[in-house]
Design a protein around this ligand. Sequence first.
Ligand SMILES: [Zn+2]
Length: 417
Amino acid sequence: MRWKGSASAKSADVTQQMDFFSGVPGLAGGERCLSWLARPWMRPGFVGRWRRLFLAHFLIGSFFLTLSYFFLLSAQIQVTINGRAIRVFPWIGVGRAVTAAGVFAPPGDLLDVTGKVLQAGGGRPPAYRKNSRETTPQDRLSPGDAIVVEAGEDVVESVTEETRRQPSPLQVEGVGAFLRVVRKGEPGEEVVARGSLSGKTKEIRIKQVATPTVLRRFDYNLARKIAVLTFDDGPISPYTNEILAILDRYQIKGVFFVVGREVEAHPDLVRRIVAGNHELGNHTFSHRLSDSDEREKIAGELSRTEEAVQRASPGARLRWFRPPGGVLGGWILDVAEERGYVPILWSVDSKDWGKPADGIAEKVLDEVRGGSVLLFHDGGGNREATVNALPGIIEGLKSRGYNFMTLSELFYYLGLD
Ligand SMILES: [Zn+2]
């Protein structure tokens, strides 16, 4: 044998050590004995014994595995999921049987009032029925059960309703600085339905139709030659200062319809207007006002200007109101009157924002009448043309016999106080 031959070359020492094992029964010699110690599977008969042992265990194991398999198979029951037959273990429950059948039944979504998804899966859970009765995914199964599962229904957010008043639509007739109510309309009422989560409007129902208010603009066309100089959109440096200097020079008192934002920026100019016995009007805080604005927004535009004026010049009076662009619709006129303002527009629009000085003077002198309220701008842009036109306008009016009044003086003169 190969191992015997290869060992023949070993030294005498090694042979002596091997003799130590020579007495062990069944061993043929020292060299063989050493090989078993290093590699026990080389021992004669070793492989055969282990092979038999392994085979026996394998067969027994396989037997029990097969037994278990058939036992488990026999434990499965047949049910139908949405009409499709499937074999499942009864203890896995309805929900897992549905999953095992490959049926996908998601929950519904939460939708807003316009039908958009607010929260995916935020609707109703899937609906399970066992043998036509409602059930839960945890319910156990019995042979022959017919399970029907449907995707969950979508749920629409709840709706909150708010009744709000609609302003009387405003019809303005004629031209002029003064306003007279020809017909007083009534506000309407509408119900606004909104999604309570999204805030989106679902619908607006008219509960009561608003009736229109008719307003007439007019002037007094007095025989006496009186003119009122009014200046909008300031106070702004340097134009308000320059205009005040011109008015001082001619000893004329004007009316300044101030913008609250500019008042905050130039309180010194407000103090100068008040100290010069000129009058102040409210021209809103931001110079942005629309007939679709809510009452609160309009009131805020007025009150913020009032506060700014009071901070600049405590005790200063703000009696007049002129809305930007002359827009009085929506709630604007209502809110201004509630706060005690007298709305004043204009008789002659100088259009000083789009003309050179001589063009401004020509237009004003052409259109002025007894009792006219003249509209100029000291703010809102470059007002050099206005400043340059003003002395010529004043001198032109004086030469035609005009006197200048503030609005308070004109109201007193007209007996309107
Ligand atoms: Zn303005």
